[in-house]
Ligand binder design. Structure first.
Ligand SMILES: Cc1ncc(COP(=O)(O)O)c(C=O)c1O
Length: 349
């Protein structure tokens, strides 16, 4: 990479992480059903459960990507949002109706935390493994779903799987969904060209990303994965992509050993570097400094609704350390992070 910048959306994948003919595809299993997005995978499952098993209630943790909750609102099922966030997972089990027509969405937060659902006897448990794709085959829940584009360099996509081999719905085709995939793929290709300094129009590649995102928001229903995205997914060496992220996290943690009080988790399985500050002022200061160094962190997720969740959201920061980055990049990112924290301490923020 010549035009260095860190974080933000994936660009198209380079050869090093493409499968060769002898390697197996991670999802090469007839038990998966692929959808346009994580949202559409969950929408399809809930719709299927309402129509075929009489599901009446879905329990969703309050700390979540709020668009996902919103996307279920048209379905004929009661949505019950319960207080739960990564910093405060304790469940009041008496609150839940443990019967066969209730569904519990168990969100795996950043690959490091989730609620304990073993106490339930009848409730249908659905794991959201968007942040922990590597955990799909170890899950013991009834269903698993997730978004694919948070960990993998594909334009869009979602999956549905059942560890209990339960029947899964299939998505339907849509020209609009195909167009969203086309726009995003174009954006990813042009971003790669930009990073290689072969294409200079940053606004143009960003406009393709935004166009695709605007289209996706309207397409939350049960649409299947467009073949353009499916073809890209099938080329990816998912295991290698996830392993590289793990070794990057390991290296980053080594460089941050004197900054542990700023880390939300030190698990190598995490989605990236998870930071939790004492205050929103500190978080925003560090975030601004990082952006000045071309490091673009994320807030997972904005627009929380309860005071407890807003307080957590305002102190949290996520740094991408995925397969895109070399050891040299990780040293740059952690050095800039340490500098900005030191400055924050000096200013007694
Ligand atoms: C944990 C989690 N689940 C589901 C989704 C929805 O995924 P998609 O954007 O593919 O619909 C997201 C998106 O941010 C997410 O972070």
């Amino acid at each position: 990479m010549i035009n260095k910048e860190f974080g933000s959306d994936f660009h198209s994948c380079n050869k090093e992480f493409i499968l060769n003919k002898k390697q197996n595809f991670f999802f090469d299993n007839k038990d998966f059903s692929f959808f346009l997005s994580g949202r559409s995978a969950l929408y399809a499952l809930i719709k299927y459960g309402v129509e075929n098993y009489g599901w009446t209630k879905v329990y969703i943790p309050s700390y979540y990507c709020q668009d996902v909750i919103e996307s279920l609102s048209e379905l004929n099922i009661e949505i019950v949002v319960f207080q739960s966030n990564p910093d405060d997972l304790l469940l009041n089990y008496d609150f839940f109706e443990d019967n066969k027509t209730s569904v519990f969405i168990n969100v795996n937060y950043f690959g490091v935390k989730k609620n304990n659902t073993e106490i339930f006897k009848k409730i249908v448990v659905v794991d959201d493994l968007t942040h922990c794709i590597q955990g799909v085959k170890e899950s013991r829940s009834d269903y698993v779903f997730g978004s694919l584009r948070k960990q993998l360099p594909i334009p869009l996509g979602g999956f549905l799987y059942s560890p209990h081999k339960l029947k899964l719905p299939k998505g339907k085709g849509s020209i609009l969904a195909d167009q969203a995939a086309e726009n995003k793929t174009l954006g990813m290709f042009l971003k790669n060209e930009y990073l290689q300094n072969r294409f200079l129009n940053k606004d143009l590649y960003r406009s393709y990303y935004s166009k695709a995102e605007e289209q996706l928001i309207k397409l939350y229903k049960d649409y299947k994965l467009p073949s353009l995205a499916e073809n890209i997914l099938e080329t990816l060496n998912v295991e290698k992509i996830l392993k590289k992220k793990e070794s990057n996290i390991k290296l980053a943690l080594k460089h941050l050993e004197n900054y542990l009080s700023y880390l939300f988790s030190v698990k190598e399985s995490s989605l990236g570097l998870l930071l939790l500050f004492d205050s929103n002022t500190q978080r925003d200061f560090v975030r601004r400094k990082l952006i000045q160094s071309n490091i673009y962190p994320a807030i997972l997720w904005p627009n929380q609704k309860t005071d407890i969740d807003i307080n957590y959201q305002n102190r949290f920061l996520f740094l991408h350390l995925d397969y895109r980055y070399s050891e040299e990049d990780i040293i740059y990112i952690t050095t800039e992070l340490k500098k900005s924290i030191q400055e924050c301490q000096k200013q007694k923020l």
